[in-house]
Design a protein around this ligand. Structure first.
Ligand code: SIN
Ligand code: CO
Length: 394
């Protein structure tokens, strides 16, 4: 990807400039980021998704100034109780998470953000709100691009440092909000917000089209979570430098103690010095990141493809090319490829093919044909991933 080429999506600045000046630092309003964009699905289709078991959705309501949150899956009755023409006494919004796992167009939209590493990308959330609806004034802990679909949304941002939240609310709502700037976004406009910047998006229907906003969200694990997950990942792999090993716990210096039940200080010190010998390598960190960041979320399931012979699979793949399943996450580091938390090592031409698959989420038939003869190990791996439902024919 040419990072020195200006992108319309970024308001005709280059990804380099964007990362340098705005990413993680300050907001950027981009008028006509995607000219002609009016959204990828209708309010009815979004509501339909929110009724599915494997889709994470929420309805947020503000009734007489009190915030309420309900979690999906929803049914028609849940929607029937919501006011069609909301007023200041009762406003609401529907939020649907990971729409990129269900809609190929949504997955393709995320690919326009390929100037940010896939390892940082979280998901595409789509919201629907009739007039006045929204999730209230708040701040997020991660970067987000807010792309306006149909209708309009008034975005307010604040420079406040007071980030006190309303106590006991079922979602994070700021107690106070001082508007520093506001913009009315129309279809195709986009607002980038860095983490921790207070913002407030209010749906504006003007008696016509209700508002739908597409949030391209990024993941930024908490340091504590990284540490806990890393130790979990390493629990069977932690090693002690063999040169530093002395064998077993030793206490030839044991002295009598008043309380036989007491864990004595000498024991604590000895164990402390044993534990200090625990080590991990940079490779362990890479393996952890590849596995952890490509791990499907708990609600993500893959449907295995129908079993066919490896020969037939290869023949057909050379005809059609291959694509990642819409829910697959593929990352790599040097010669190790991580697909949905499974690691595999490849070098040479095979590695170049897999890099293309990971970067573009697809491998053209041509790529497979020109790489002839294909390495047996690679074919076996592709075949296994195909059977697992991680990849499909294009
Ligand atoms: C939305 O309501 O679509 C956006 C939510 C947000 O502000 O993060
Ligand atoms: Co937000």
């Amino acid at each position: 990807m040419a990072h020195s080429q200006a992108l319309e999506l970024l308001g005709n600045i280059t990804p380099e400039q964007f990362l340098n000046e705005y990413w993680h630092k300050k907001p950027l309003l981009i008028r006509r980021a995607i000219p002609g964009f009016t959204g990828l699905l209708s309010p009815e289709e979004l509501a339909g998704l929110a009724c599915e078991d494997d889709v994470q959705s929420r309805i947020i309501e503000e009734i007489h100034g009190i915030w309420h949150a309900k979690h999906g899956p929803f049914n028609e009755e849940d929607f029937a109780t919501l006011p069609e023409a909301p007023d200041s006494e009762h406003r609401w919004t529907l939020l649907v998470q990971s729409v990129n796992h269900f809609l190929p167009e949504a997955s393709a939209l995320l690919q326009q953000f390929n100037f940010i590493p896939h390892a940082r990308l979280d998901d595409l959330m789509v919201s629907y709100a009739p007039d006045g609806g929204g999730v209230g004034p708040h701040f997020d802990s991660y970067d987000v691009f807010l792309l306006q679909g149909q209708g309009k949304r008034l975005w307010r941002i604040s420079e406040q440092t007071d980030l006190t939240l309303i106590d006991g609310a079922p979602l994070r709502i700021l107690q106070h909000f001082d508007t520093a700037q506001e913009w009315l976004l129309e279809a195709g406009d986009m607002l980038y917000l860095p983490p921790h910047l207070a913002h407030w998006g209010i749906a504006v229907s003007e008696g016509k089209t209700d508002c739908m906003t597409y949030s391209i969200g990024f993941r930024a694990p908490k340091e504590q979570e990284l540490a806990t997950e890393f130790l979990g990942f390493m629990q069977d792999k932690l090693s002690i430098d063999p040169a530093a090993l002395t064998g077993r716990y030793q206490d030839d210096d044991l002295t009598p103690q008043a309380h036989p039940a007491e864990i004595n200080e000498a024991m604590v010190q000895k164990v402390e010095s044993i534990l200090k010998k625990i080590q991990w390598s940079k490779q362990d960190i890479v393996a952890f990141l590849g596995t952890y960041l490509s791990e499907p979320k708990p609600d993500v399931l893959f449907e295995p493809n129908k079993k066919i012979s490896k020969r037939n699979f290869v023949e057909k793949a050379k005809h059609t090319g291959l694509v990642l399943d819409i829910k697959s996450q593929m990352l790599f580091s040097e010669s190790t490829f991580y697909l949905n938390a499974e690691a595999a090592d490849f070098t040479g031409v095979s590695a170049s093919l897999l890099q293309t698959l990971a970067d573009n989420r697809k491998l053209d038939a041509n790529d497979l044909i020109t790489a002839h003869p294909l390495n047996e190990h690679l074919l076996q791996q592709l075949y296994d991933w195909y059977l697992a439902g991680f990849i499909h024919y294009a």
